[in-house]
Design a protein around this ligand. Sequence first.
Ligand SMILES: Cc1ncc(COP(=O)(O)O)c(C=O)c1O
Length: 308
Amino acid sequence: MNKNPTSIETCKTRAIFTKNARTAWAKIISSASGQEKKKILLPSYIGYTDREGSGVFDPIQSSASDFVFYKLKEDLSPDLEDLQQKMNSDIDIVLIIHYFGFCRTNLKFIRKLCNDNDAVMVEDCAHAFYLSTNPLELGEVGDYSFYSIHKYLATQTGGLLKVNNGQLSIPEIHGHEAATASVVEAYALANFEQIAEIRRINYRIFFEQLQDIQEIEILFELQNHEIPQTFPIKVANNLREKLYFYLMDRKLETTALYYRLITEISEQEYPTSHSISKSILNLPIHQDISMDQVDSMCAEIKKFFKTH
Ligand SMILES: Cc1ncc(COP(=O)(O)O)c(C=O)c1O
């Protein structure tokens, strides 16, 4: 018996810090597939921009994997019937994305479906910064889950790859695929509970102030301990673009995730995804935003709808 601990593996989360979420996802694909070409079942709401490409789809294309999409419902949760229909023994990896930090599906059902078909289940938590160890919670159900640190903390880069299945090894990463020391420091020093609480408070203010605007559909009502990434709304009457630029002119930044879907997701086959893509607007609720700033943005949004 040693007088001091000698194994850093004891009581350690089985995870590695990566350069960003897409690096983690690419590592998962290559670990799960080895040398063979594999087939990935994916949600049909994946976007891209000219500047950043597609964080979800680029690693799939780089690995030359086959892919097939499953349908999503109006709240971006998987259409379980379609998922089940497309699931078969050919599918090697199933990706679940917890859009904007929300998970309104039956993860246990998907877990069982993956087990029954011998598929690896992966949770994309790039928008969902849950670091729980409760085995039934978001980020803990998949064989792997991955996170985007720079979408949550004020860092330029950073990702995390978590291996929940004890039978799977932690992928090896090379120097250029790892997170920088400053990202790891920001992560180690961050007060995640406080950050989550500020996000919830800002979210609730948006909800209260915008719920009566007819042209706005709020995607999610916040439940107890959910940690939102943004406040997603659908804007009716093709007014999304106008509202986006109206706010931008007033130095109020928003995003539209995803205003442009990858071309592999056709409107004909996935009309719900396209209709969400055309109307979505994500309002910021992050920890740097004060309640007063949320109030001002709400006031501008109300003003906009009085005149449009
Ligand atoms: C759902 C989702 N997954 C993964 C990524 C990739 O994140 P990162 O920029 O950390 O590679 C993004 C963003 O691009 C995303 O929106």
